[in-house]
Ligand binder design. Structure first.
Ligand code: ADP
Ligand code: MG
Length: 236
C-alpha cells in the first residue's frame, strides 16, 4: 500500500467526523500512521474497545479530554496512540526534548504503561523513559534529557523538576494523567498542582479515570481547557 503523506493524514484526522464514523470497529480504519498500525498489529490489537473508538479521534484532533471508563476497558491505548501520533505530526526528534509526559499513581502501573508503549511504538523513532521512585536517580537524571515520552509517578517527576537541570518540559505538547482518581486518592493533589505550575499552559491535557468522583472533576476544572467528556461505563 502506498505510504500516506503526513499532511494528508493530518487532514484526515482534522476532518474525521465521529458521528459519521461511529460504526468503525478496527484500528486500521482510523487515520493512523503505518508505523503505529504495524506496532498495534504486531502486539495483537485489532478491534477497538468502546473508549478507544470514542477517545482516540478526539485526542488525535488535539482536544483536552476527560475520559472515564471502567477498569479493563482499554484506557491505555486511548491515550498512548494519540501521544505517539501527535509527536509524529510534529516530526518530533531527539533535539526537541520531552514532548509528552504521562503520570501514573504507582511504579507498577508506570512500568506496565512503559512496556505497552515500547510494544506499540516498536516502529517509531521516538524515545521513551521511565522515572519512578526507587530506581537509580542518577541514571534517570542522565537519561531524562534525551527522552521524547516520559512516564512516571508524581513524586519522582516533581523531584526531577525541582532538582534535575536536565529535565526540560518547555516544549511539552501533551500531558496525560492516567488513573486520576487513584492519583488523588493517594494524596498527590498538591504534587500534581506543583507539576501543573511548572509546565507550559498551551499543552494538550488528557485525564483518564475509572470513576468520576468530585475530586476528579475538580482536577479536570483546573487542568483542562474546553474539554470533551467521554464516558463509557465507569466503576462504582
Ligand atoms: P484500563 O486502563 O481501562 O483498565 P487497559 O488499557 O489496561 O484498561 O486494558 C486492559 C486489558 O485489555 C489489557 O490487558 C490490554 O492489553 C487489553 N486491551 C486493551 N485494548 C485492547 C484491544 N483493543 N483489543 C484487545 N485487547 C485490548
Ligand atoms: Mg489503566
Amino acid at each position: 500500500k502506498r505510504k500516506e503523506n503526513l499532511e494528508d493524514l493530518k487532514k484526515r484526522v482534522e476532518e474525521f467526523d465521529p458521528v459519521e464514523n461511529s460504526k468503525i470497529t478496527k484500528f486500521d480504519e482510523l487515520p493512523l500512521t503505518q508505523e503505529t498500525l504495524r506496532g498495534l498489529g504486531e502486539s495483537g490489537y485489532v478491534n477497538l474497545t468502546d473508549i478507544q473508538r470514542e477517545a482516540i479521534p478526539i485526542c488525535l484532533q488535539g482536544h483536552d479530554v476527560l475520559g472515564a471508563a471502567k477498569t479493563g476497558s482499554g484506557k491505555t491505548l486511548s491515550y498512548l496512540i494519540p501521544v505517539l501520533e501527535r509527536l509524529n505530526y510534529e516530526k518530533w526528534s531527539d533535539m526537541d526534548g520531552v514532548g509528552a509526559l504521562i503520570i501514573l499513581p504507582t511504579r507498577e502501573l508506570a512500568v506496565q504503561i512503559y512496556e505497552v508503549l515500547l510494544r506499540i511504538g516498536k516502529f517509531s523513532s521516538l524515545s521513551a523513559g521511565l522515572v519512578i521512585g526507587g530506581k537509580d536517580y542518577k541514571f534517570e537524571k542522565e537519561r531524562i534529557g534525551k527522552v521524547n515520552i516520559l512516564i512516571g509517578t508524581p513524586g519522582r517527576i516533581l523531584q526531577h523538576l525541582d532538582e534535575s537541570s536536565t529535565l526540560n518540559l518547555d516544549n511539552l505538547q501533551t500531558l496525560v494523567l492516567d488513573e486520576a482518581d487513584r492519583i488523588l486518592d493517594m494524596g498527590f493533589r498538591q504534587t500534581i498542582d506543583s507539576i501543573l505550575n511548572d509546565i507550559p499552559p498551551q499543552r494538550q491535557t488528557l485525564l483518564f479515570s475509572a470513576t468520576q468522583t468530585k475530586s476528579v472533576k475538580d482536577l479536570a476544572r483546573l487542568s483542562l481547557v474546553n474539554p470533551k467528556y467521554i464516558s463509557t461505563s465507569t466503576d462504582q
